[in-house]
Design a protein around this ligand. Structure first.
Ligand code: SF4
Ligand code: SF4
Length: 109
């Protein structure tokens, strides 16, 4: 579930507002988006994937909110970690080859 929009990282581009399929965010004129409908989050990670500033944290727990402090998410390098694993962003590469399920699939074919 979406937990954090980082006020220290967010540039206010509103890409996440457009990317979210369930309209969780509200754009704020002159500001950064707010998580307006957290209960509607489907934990799909699309917002985190598309955020160019690694300013979002989506917790992998889909059942309900988990209290997460921004500084903890930054220290643990959680913010943008899904985007990083997929390989989106300058200088990044997909980590799919390190995934055991990827290897099983390769051997099956
Ligand atoms: S996509 Fe990222 S940088 Fe852009 S408004 Fe959303 S959180 Fe902020
Ligand atoms: S994880 Fe998916 S449903 Fe949840 S806020 Fe991000 S884009 Fe929207």
């Amino acid at each position: 579930m979406i937990e954090i929009v980082s006020p220290t990282r967010c540039t206010g581009c509103n890409i996440c507002v457009q990317a979210c399929p369930t309209h969780v965010f509200d754009a704020v004129p002159g500001g950064i988006p707010v998580i307006a409908r957290q209960d509607d989050c489907q934990t799909c990670f699309m917002c985190e994937l598309y955020c160019p500033a690694d300013a979002l944290y989506v917790a992998p727990v889909a059942d309900g909110p988990v209290a997460t402090a921004e500084h903890e998410a930054i220290v643990q390098q959680w913010m943008g970690s899904y985007r990083s694993a997929i390989g989106w962003g300058k200088g990044r590469r997909s980590t799919a080859a390190q995934d055991a399920s990827f290897e099983l699939l390769r051997r099956a074919h």
